[in-house]
Design a protein around this ligand. Structure first.
Ligand code: AKG
Ligand code: FE2
Length: 213
């Protein structure tokens, strides 16, 4: 993994605290990113990605007028070795956020996301009813030679305006899951990312918040 000095970490963490989001470029090597993408391509070819749902647990539904991506949850247990650097990075990120932001993140959940041409994800918040353990959203983009004309930008809604972020190869965006509404604008090309959430409780405990419903 690339080594990143403390000053850089403090910069990112300050930006995240003050602006509710931060854009991090060049955090992983090209070799690692290409390995993630080749793993993703294989899964896509094997047709194991599924249309993403909205809502949580027993309230899940597929509504492509809201979100049109296809996803595959990545399980840390039986992981493809090509993704190891991603999980090393996520571990480091978790410990640095705990250290500098005084968060008590205990884990994360991660999926591949593919937005086929013509799809989008309407404005939303990543914390939803019955499920509020997502603290920080993180997205790593895997789109080589991405151009603004391809669309697919991440648009975030800040208290004092909007920001549009291009989903370029190797870029990672972090934002506060409970605060920032955001959307994925319609993409005109296949758009790939690894999307995840830093959690303040272990993954899979969301049902506890539904009070047994
Ligand atoms: O891919 C992105 O830029 C954002 C994805 C997103 O908002 C989500 O999966 O909740
Ligand atoms: Fe989101």
């Amino acid at each position: 993994m690339k080594s990143i000095d403390e000053e850089q970490w403090i910069n990112w963490v300050d930006t995240l605290s003050d602006h509710h989001y931060v854009v991090m470029d060049h955090i992983l090597s090209r070799e690692d990113l290409c390995a993630f993408k080749s793993c993703f391509d294989e899964k896509k070819e094997a047709e194991v990605l599924k249309k993403a749902a909205i809502g949580s647990l027993n309230q899940k539904q597929i509504d492509q007028s809201i979100r049109g991506d296809q996803i595959l949850w990545l399980d840390n247990q039986d992981m493809d070795a090509r993704l190891t650097p991603f999980f090393q990075w996520a571990e480091l990120l978790k410990s640095q956020l705990n250290r500098y932001c005084f968060l008590s993140l205990s884990g994360y959940e991660v999926h591949f996301a593919h937005y086929p041409e013509g799809t989008f994800y309407k404005r939303h918040l990543d914390q939803f009813q019955g499920r509020n353990n997502r603290l920080i959203s993180m997205i790593l983009y895997l789109n080589e030679d991405w151009e603004p004309s391809h669309g697919g930008q991440l648009k975030i809604y800040l208290p004092n305006g909007e920001e549009t972020i291009e989903p370029v190869f190797g870029r990672m965006v972090l934002f506060k899951s409970d605060l920032l509404e955001h959307e994925v604008l319609m993409t005109h090309k296949d758009r790939f990312s690894i999307t995840g959430w830093m959690l303040h409780k272990p993954a899979g405990l969301g049902f506890l918040e539904l009070g047994g419903a």
